[in-house]
Design a protein. Structure first.
Length: 158
């Protein structure tokens, strides 16, 4: 019987480009603006990315997706920041408070991520995408992220 071994590094391989977007607009409005500027058809997926806060409560991060069959790419727009539900804290002066949870806590200043799966773009193509995103009036910043350096890559598997 032949034994096939899997190398654990095969699962850590990054096969996508990641763009960080800072904006104050809601997720559905950003998806609309990205659809217009990048000629996409991002639509809300039924399933959110679900993480658990310190108390074990589920917190959902919205995801928008679009499959470009001609170029064999899959585009995803995902929230990075989400507020937990109100809860009581007995040690606080205030009865109710909310806490922010992050999909990638090492990038707390980022509101959304645009993940492009399928092929890696060269630097000129990434710059072209970034230029188009930065032209959106409500976007304050957009930049490419080296996904190899992200510690919580597992949160981007969806």
């Amino acid at each position: 019987m032949k034994v096939h071994k899997l190398d654990i590094d095969e699962f850590n391989e990054v096969d996508y480009d990641l763009i960080a977007i800072n904006t104050a607009v809601e997720d559905y409005r950003l998806a609309f603006f990205l659809n217009e500027s990048l000629n996409l058809s991002l639509s809300r997926l039924k399933e959110d990315i679900v993480l658990h806060d310190e108390e074990g409560k589920e917190v959902g991060f919205s995801v928008y997706g679009y499959e470009d069959e001609q170029q064999h790419l899959y585009w995803s727009l995902v929230q990075n920041q989400q507020w937990t539900e109100n809860r009581k804290d007995e040690s606080s002066l205030f009865e109710d408070f909310r806490k922010k949870l992050f999909l990638l806590s090492e990038l707390k200043n980022v509101n959304f991520f645009l993940k492009i799966q399928g092929s890696h773009f060269d630097s000129d193509e990434i710059q072209d995408i970034l230029t188009k995103i930065k032209k959106i009036e409500k976007v304050s910043a957009a930049f490419w992220i080296d996904a190899e350096r992200i510690r919580a890559k597992n949160n981007l598997i969806f």
